[in-house]
Design a protein around this ligand. Sequence first.
Ligand code: SF4
Ligand SMILES: [Zn+2]
Length: 356
Amino acid sequence: MPSINQLVATKVLQLRHEHLKNITRREPKLWSEITEENEYNIITMVIPTRGCSWALSEYGGCSVCGYINDSSRDLSIPIPTILSEIETLLKKIETKKRIILKIFNSGSFFDESDVPRNLRENITKLIQKYPHCSQLSVESRSEYVINYSNIIEKTKKAIDPTILEVGIGLESSNNSILRDCWNKGMRVSDYDQAVDVLKNIGVKIKTYIFIKPPFLTEYEALIDSISTINHAVSQGTDSISINPCSVQNGTLAHYLYKKDRYQPPWLWSILFIVSNTKKKYPQIKLICEPTAGGKPRGTHNCGECDIKVLGYIKDIIDNQPIPSDYSKICSCAVRWYTLITSPIELFRTTKLSKLG
Ligand code: SF4
Ligand SMILES: [Zn+2]
């Protein structure tokens, strides 16, 4: 039995069903892009698999996640199309640069009901043909890492010396927040166990940390994120991806947002968290590319300074200095500071007891 709060899970499931019933089904589509980072070419591909089993479960999935809206669900998966697209991209890139291949399925790569074994094994075989592919990055929930460690070990050996990186959503290191705000269906100890499994196999670990689920004030969300980063580092994560909430359709976050009871985090909070993490853990690879940054449904400030602050977040990651006094960047920093230091924050947050 996963760790859930029945009140929250029931609401998340109801909203999920209503939304999925009403959206028009589209043919599954592949999305890919090639970017460059230092000495690497990066191929990022989002493959339309059946969708996250947790989101399709009787518990409705995570309270903030709408990835299931774009998954193929019961439509057939074009495995040969996916493989041929990966191969075309691998061939296209000049071989002098090394390649990082990121395959995301918005679910779990090691969950065979989501990513069929045939697809996973054929991706592994393709990588063996392209020795300049130096890293394969995928994602998985902790339980599939724990339950299918033998498959992960096999995949790692098959693609060696290509590095295998697995991204896991820890989101929060507080079990109550995972249960009551996230409906994550896992405990912190599951993440810890999954990290141990991956470290024993020699797999690189990326940890996703989410900023501001429903029911938390800006201050609570900020403090929780900082503790969660400390936890992930203490467990031995190799990199951290900081993900501020962007409100996605069909989710509990969207339901509360429409009622004016949820506000995505301020960009100041993200700037503070990124800056704090970089100072404290310079050895950790840090990623923060906010979805819908500067837009009403994503992390934003007053509207005047959003682009500038997004630029400063990037500067911190690139080891560039930024002003330490945020109020010199924009006067709205004073509003943010007042908000996070006031004892009672009522601004567009709702308490769990008011869910309904
Ligand atoms: S956040 Fe991850 S585990 Fe949660 S519903 Fe989305 S894809 Fe599934
Ligand atoms: Zn501003």
